[in-house]
Each structure stands twice: as structure tokens, then as C-alpha cells.
Design a binder for this molecule. Structure first.
Ligand SMILES: [Zn+2]
Length: 363
């Protein structure tokens, strides 16, 4: 067939973790998988799960790699990253393993980058789409965000044990659904506007299909997955939702692009009120506000009902903003719309006034 238009020479791209393995009991595969990357490892375990997982991880690695297990201090700070780098050098490690929640995993990724070593990521909750990404958020010692750091590559392996995730509180899984909910809406906005993804170029078609698949998966299986999680069971719905929260959303956001929902999340984080709420809970509010900005009332109602079915917030009071004064909302809108912010990836111009109006509809 003849294509008459001029060829599109805009580079398009996508990025992926090297390998992804998900199963009930997947921790048992850690040793044989790790052996593919080296003979000596340092494994950083989240302090919250160190006592719970120390024996299982040591047993899984035994006979495959020589491993030193380290308890994470709690923060993903330059100090913690430096300590892990030093420990890995002392142990002459050939690979780094991180297990736990976001901060322990980000510390591991950043240390692996500094050492130039392969990294295995073992998320023990599915509360966000960070595990597969080539991004780490660095904090100051006082817990405030210092900066985001972009890593040259995604993790070599992401190993997800759904039995562990099913035993964690269901609120984490719900928050991960909130983060995954944003993926389609933001990627689709970037597709329409031609905005760049995390590789500073528009995504390939596959990125948008993965984002769409992510949305369809959480809509279909979200509520059932939470019930399985309540029962501590990694059933078929939970398996599908964990894959959506971690793998599909991870590829979808990095390769498809981000927009209003996360910009509004960043704005909400300016308020002290929301600090006890999880990333994905605030992102869900960002998705709802984004649909209001676009005037998509039918889609808004559909997504609001979905959020209720998966225990996600639908009003500002649900994320701690009980007293939504105009001053507070103006602060959120200003941060969300600052020059160069990802909200400008939307296919329509978005003003502070538009964000303010949308937020007022969520009071
Ligand atoms: Zn997110």
C-alpha cells in the first residue's frame, strides 16, 4: 500500500525492566535468578520486613550466591545510598538486591547505579508503579523530598511474590490501583498532545496499548483483588491487579508519559494535610480533577464509582483536606501549573483557574 504523507521521523521510544517474574512464592526463585548476575550479592531489606523475610531470603540465596543481608535505615537519602555502596564494595558484591517498599527499593536502585552493578528489585507491596522504573526519589534526612534521580536503565529483574503482597494491608494494593488508574488517562493525554515520555520522546504505540490494558485490568479485577487481599489470599484477581499496578502501570507511565493527575498530586503534596495519605490515593484525586478539567462528566462519574468500589478517595476530605480554603486550593493549583510542569502535557491549555475550579468540585 502506498503511504502518501511524508514519513514521520520523530524518534519514539519505550523502556522496560530486563526481566519480570511474578508468582505466589516467587521469593523461592531469588537464588537461581540472582546466580545469573553474579556470585556475591548484597541484599538490602526494608527495616519493616527484615525480621519477617531475613530467613526466607537467606534460604533462597543459599547455595546460589554468597549474600550479605543489610537492614535499611528507613530513608532513601544520599547517606543511606552511600552506606549501601560502601557495604557492597566491602563485600566485593557483583549484584545488589533490594526488598521492601519504595524507599528501600529506590536506595537499592541508586546504589546499583553508583556501583555500575546489576540490580534485582523485590517489591513486598504493590502500592505504586515505581518498582519497574528507572527513577529514584531522593529524600533529605528530615524526610522532605530532595530531588528525583533518573537512572540509566531499569532494574535487571523485578521479582514479585504475590503471597507477600496478599499479606500486606489491602490499603497498599488500593493505592497501587490509584497510581495505575492515572496511567491510561495521562498516557492518552500525551498521545494526543505528542508530549514526551520519560525518555524525552513520544512513546511507541505499544506504550499506549499497555496503558489501556492496565486500565481495563484494574477496572475488571480491582474490587475482587481487594477482597482476596482482605483474606490474605493471592487469588486470580489479585494476580492480575498486581501485574497491572507494578508492570503495566510501570511501563505505561515511563513510556506513555505523565500529565495532569501527577501534576495535581504534586500540588496536593504542598499541603501538610495530605501527608498521611499514600501516593496513589492522592493520584486518584488528581485523575478525578483531570477529568473535571476536561469537562468529561460521564467519564468522571464512571471513574468516581470505580474509585469507591476499590476504596480510593473521591473527595478532598478523604485525603485529609477537611478545610479546603481557597488559599489552600490556590497553593495546589499554583504548584500543579508552574512553568514546565507535566500538566502542560495535556492536549488542552490548563490554567491555575481551571485546576482551582476542578478542585472545588471535589470538596
Ligand atoms: Zn505515580
Amino acid at each position: 500500500m502506498l503511504v502518501e504523507s511524508a514519513p514521520d521521523i520523530t524518534p519514539r521510544g519505550a523502556r522496560f525492566p530486563g526481566r519480570y517474574i511474578q508468582a505466589k512464592g516467587a521469593i523461592g526463585l531469588l537464588g537461581q535468578e540472582a546466580a545469573g548476575f553474579g556470585k556475591r550479592a548484597v541484599a538490602l531489606l526494608d527495616r519493616g520486613i527484615f525480621d519477617l523475610l531475613e530467613t526466607d531470603i537467606a534460604a533462597a540465596l543459599s547455595g546460589h550466591v554468597e549474600a550479605k543481608l543489610i537492614r535499611h535505615g528507613g530513608e532513601c537519602s544520599e547517606h543511606e545510598i552511600g552506606s549501601l555502596v560502601a557495604a557492597a564494595r566491602n563485600a566485593q558484591a557483583e549484584l545488589i538486591i533490594g526488598a521492601g517498599g519504595g524507599k528501600a527499593l529506590d536506595t537499592t536502585k541508586a546504589a546499583a547505579r553508583d556501583l555500575g552493578l546489576p540490580v534485582i528489585i523485590v517489591p513486598t507491596i504493590a502500592a505504586s508503579d515505581a518498582p519497574c522504573s528507572a527513577l529514584a526519589v531522593i529524600y533529605n534526612e528530615d524526610g522532605t523530598v530532595a530531588y528525583d534521580t533518573f537512572l540509566p536503565s531499569n532494574p535487571n529483574l523485578v521479582l514479585v511474590d504475590t503471597a507477600l503482597i496478599a499479606k500486606a494491608p489491602a490499603r497498599f494494593l488500593a493505592a497501587g490501583i490509584g497510581d495505575a488508574l492515572a496511567t491510561w488517562y495521562e498516557a492518552d493525554s500525551c498521545r494526543q498532545s505528542g508530549a514526551s515520555n520519560c525518555m524525552r520522546m513520544p512513546g511507541v504505540s505499544l506504550a499506549f496499548e499497555i496503558a489501556r490494558f492496565c486500565r481495563d485490568t484494574i477496572f475488571k479485577y480491582g474490587a475482587a483483588a481487594l477482597k482476596e487481599c482482605d483474606a490474605g489470599q493471592a487469588g486470580p484477581a489479585l494476580e492480575r491487579v498486581v501485574e497491572a499496578n507494578i508492570l503495566l502501570s510501570g511501563i505505561g507511565f515511563e513510556s506513555g508519559g505523565v500529565a495532569a493527575a501527577h501534576a495535581i498530586h504534586h500540588g496536593l503534596c504542598e499541603l501538610e494535610d495530605v501527608h498521611h495519605h499514600l501516593h496513589g490515593e492522592k493520584v486518584a484525586i488528581g485523575v478525578l480533577a483531570g477529568l473535571k478539567i476536561h469537562g468529561r462528566e460521564d467519564e468522571f462519574l464512571k471513574v468516581r464509582d470505580f474509585c469507591r468500589s476499590v476504596r480510593l478517595p473521591t473527595r478532598l476530605a478523604d485525603i485529609g483536606i477537611a478545610d479546603a480554603t481557597s488559599d489552600k486550593l490556590a497553593t495546589v493549583a499554583r504548584r500543579a501549573c508552574r512553568p514546565g510542569e507535566i500538566i502542560h502535557n495535556e492536549p488542552i491549555p490548563v490554567s491555575e483557574a481551571a485546576v482551582l475550579t476542578a478542585l472545588k468540585e471535589l470538596v
